[in-house]
Design a protein. Structure first.
Length: 255
């Protein structure tokens, strides 16, 4: 089975003092080890959610998967021919054109403008923006802009979707709507999704797998593939799972 695999990944960042130094002297530096010997596998066409305390390396992991950062050591194996796309709380959109053309421009090369435009129409409808296709991003609410970002990411046909707290800036009603849409889209067009969130309820509602990351780069994985959608967070199984994952996340406080 195809999968995205990281093996024995190390990643550190070095910052340098901004103080003025005399010529010939060495500027002070400080190195922070973010990831240490991290190994994890993301199964193809599954939605994996990563949770953990701030600073444990969740966003760094996404940056490595996107290719925007390179590991200091270790190996990242992505199936040949795959490419990735990132969706953040402030998605990239083209401000000077409308929703329909925004998505059309994300449809990639190899298609005529007419084909891209028709293809984009499907994704605009899929994320619930058909009635707003002629508006520019400046005329959209935060939630609509996030829908546009999702449509652009989907239109790019990336096999690996990376989502860094994509719904963090939304009100609870819009967040719930987009969570539902994401699950519907995933059922219709399965992609390999790695989603980072600070909301455990969101992880429980969306994830087929939940990965708890710790500051020392150790992991614990929870398999939710047997739990059907939509999920009821008040159900006994979900409450038990929530307590277990919360306890796992709290282990860091005892270190």
């Amino acid at each position: 089975m195809e999968a995205v695999t990281l093996r024995h990944i190390d990643k550190a960042y070095t910052s340098y003092s901004t103080e003025v130094v005399i010529t010939g002297q060495q500027r002070e530096s400080r190195t922070r080890q973010v990831l240490r010997d991290l190994s994890v596998t993301f199964p193809a066409r599954q939605l994996t959610v990563i949770v953990g305390r701030s600073g444990c390396g969740k966003s760094t992991l996404l940056m490595l998967l996107s290719g925007k950062e390179q590991p200091d050591a270790g190996e990242i194996a992505i199936p040949e021919g795959w490419h990735s796309a990132m969706l953040s709380p402030d998605p990239y959109v083209i401000t000077w054109t409308n929703v329909q053309r925004n998505v059309s421009m994300a449809c990639g090369v190899g298609k005529t403008p007419e084909e891209r435009y028709a293809h984009a129409r499907d994704f605009v409808r899929l994320v619930g923006l058909a009635d707003y296709a002629d508006l520019t991003p400046m005329e959209l609410s935060t939630g609509m802009k996030q829908r546009l970002g999702l449509a652009r990411v989907l239109a790019g046909q990336a096999e690996l979707l990376l989502m860094d707290e994509p719904f963090a800036s939304l009100d609870f009603l819009t967040r719930e709507e987009l969570q539902t849409q994401l699950l519907q889209i995933q059922a219709r067009m399965p992609r390999t999704i790695v989603l980072v969130t600070h909301q455990l309820d969101e992880a429980l509602l969306l994830g087929q797998r939940i990965v708890v990351m710790h500051p020392d780069s150790t992991l614990r994985e929870f398999d939710l593939t047997a739990l059907p959608y939509p999920r009821d967070l008040s159900a006994p199984d979900m409450q038990r799972l929530k307590r277990e994952i919360t306890a796992e996340c709290k282990k860091d406080a005892a270190l």
